[in-house]
Design a protein around this ligand. Structure first.
Ligand code: NAD
Length: 484
């Protein structure tokens, strides 16, 4: 750790309601833990119902102001927030690593990418065009207007504290909506920094409100609240289904970015060494706690041994440790719940006859570290082949027949990301048509850029949080037809 980083202090977690940084009205709080050291680094407020009501009232007032701010002015303020994220990045990166665990290099990418997302959505807000539909009668004009949907309730997780939050907040701001965001209690400082950047850039009080607390209590309260007009959630499929059902009950629009179990398909005509290298790095990024993480490695039997060797070479070289330490490639899991989750899946695979080719154990006596793990010889009923590990576990499955492999790729209810490596044009066309996923990358791994769609199908969710599609979720279509 450099000297400057050592001299910085972790900020006291606070909520942000109606432009004021504050604790819970009854003083309640929960500890925030550094997952690399298990030290308590702060206390995050636990919102009361009165706090939530204040946050909604602020969002209602904020919406009235923000919806009338011109698209150009909103863009100008948002671009300034992006610049503030960049100029403050050193401290933000360090705090992100301390509270979430990821190595500084990954925290750097996330922080700078966060600024890029703001820029893109700010720009898109200026292009939130409606249209004129030619009328049947000569004296009629038909206007299709895109109006902001209203105050939004957003729920974001701890794996990419900045990037999960910025997509929702920026799309809402770009369209003229206000927000109450329940950010992750595990990683409050990152989201606080993001919201401070927006506030300091000139977003008026009440437009963005930040709360923490008991997730189920907050979502039940906010989703049912008559003043909240839209829900956006990123997290597990199980919770997403509950929240989408609740949103449906109250006739609220919802965007759901949920779990995945991405197949990574390697054909025997692929550049196998390159595929092994790219997928090896990708699997252990953020300790595997990534919704689009490659998860079922489906490898043609002709190149299985070679792929496995290349992948294992990457995995063996991963240095696991405190994300603040130089040379660390993989940090701890973000919280203690993830360790038994990994151990259970490994034990199940082992008990069913699989071979743990690498890792498989908790590491160190302090911190939530888990070894980069590779599992082979898996029977089809191993739980890891159907359940999202959300951690550093890589199950390898050889295949021979392409049709059967595509069936396996599509077997699960998930449909988020899929990856393939092949040099054959006709195979690429086949995959593009047959693989059931919201996102498919072929011969490279290039997802989650602000300008391309990001979202899943089937149990992986609904709606898109990237590309030009990102604004759609935050606008209502209004038809105005007039005789002139
Ligand atoms: P979890 O399901 O308890 O929590 C996941 C996220 O949802 C957390 O941020 C949590 O605060 C929030 N949450 C949980 N219940 C909620 C509710 N009733 N209302 C509102 N928010 C709620 O699981 P976890 O142990 O924290 O994480 C493990 C699982 O979560 C993983 O298996 C993975 O599927 C999922 N997850 C997905 C993403 C993603 O990017 N899609 C991110 C983080 C976690």
């Amino acid at each position: 750790m450099k000297d400057l980083e050592k001299s910085m202090t972790y900020p006291a977690p606070k909520m942000f309601i109606a432009g004021v940084w504050r604790g819970a009205s009854n003083g309640a709080s929960l500890p925030v833990i550094n997952p690399a050291t298990e030290e308590v680094i702060g206390q995050v407020p636990v919102a009361t119902e009165a706090d939530l009501e204040e946050a909604v009232a602020a969002a209602v007032a904020g919406f009235k102001i923000w919806r009338d701010v011109s698209a150009f002015e909103r863009y100008r303020i948002m671009r300034k927030a992006a610049e503030l994220m960049r100029s403050r990045s050193q401290e933000i990166i360090r705090n992100l690593t301390i509270e979430q665990g990821k190595p500084l290099a990954e925290a750097t990418i996330e922080t700078l990418a966060c600024a890029d997302v703001i820029d893109w959505l700010a720009e898109e807000g200026r292009r939130n065009y409606g249209r004129i539909v030619p009328a049947r009668a000569a004296n009629v004009q038909q206007l299709v207007i895109r109006e902001p949907v209203g105050p939004v309730a957003a729920f974001t997780p701890w794996n990419f504290p900045l990037n999960q939050a910025v997509r929702k907040i920026s799309a809402a701001l770009a369209t003229g909506c206000s927000v109450v965001i329940k950010a992750p209690e595990e990683t409050p400082a990152s989201v606080m920094a993001l919201i401070a950047a927006f506030a300091d850039a000139g977003v008026p009080d009440g437009v963005i409100n930040l709360v923490f607390g008991v997730p189920a209590q907050i979502s039940e309260y906010l989703i049912a609240h008559p003043d909240i007009r839209k829900i956006s959630f990123t997290g597990s499929t199980a919770v997403g289904k509950q929240l989408a059902a609740l949103a449906g009950l109250h006739m609220k629009r919802s965007t759901m970015e949920l779990g995945g179990h991405a197949p990574a398909i390697i054909f025997d005509d692929a550049d196998v060494d390159q595929a092994a290298k790219l997928l090896g790095f990708s699997k252990y990024r953020n300790a595997g706690q990534v919704c689009v993480s490659p998860t079922r490695f489906l490898v043609h039997e002709n190149v299985y041994e070679r792929f496995l060797e290349g992948f294992m070479a990457v995995a063996k070289n991963i240095k696991v440790g405190n994300g603040l330490d130089e040379g660390t490639n993989m940090g701890p899991l973000a919280h203690d719940r993830r360790i038994p989750a990994m151990e259970t899946l490994v034990a199940d695979a082992r008990a069913k006859g699989a071979e743990i080719a690498l890792g498989g154990e908790r590491l160190n006596s302090k911190g939530y570290f888990f070894q980069p793990t590779v599992i082979t010889n898996l029977p089809s009923d191993a739980r890891i082949l159907s359940e999202e590990p959300f951690g550093p576990l890589a199950p390898m499955i050889p295949f021979r027949d392409t049709e059967a492999m595509i069936e396996e790729a599509n077997r699960l209810p998930y449909g988020l990301a899929a990856y393939a490596f092949t040099s054959a044009t006709e195979t690429r066309a086949l995959l593009a048509k047959k693989v059931e996923a919201g996102m498919l990358t072929i011969n490279h791994l290039g997802l989650a850029l602000p300008e391309i769609p990001f979202g899943g199908i089937k149990d992986s969710g609904q709606g898109s949080e990237g590309g030009t599609e990102a604004l759609d979720a935050y606008v209502n279509t209004k038809l105005v037809t007039e005789a002139i």
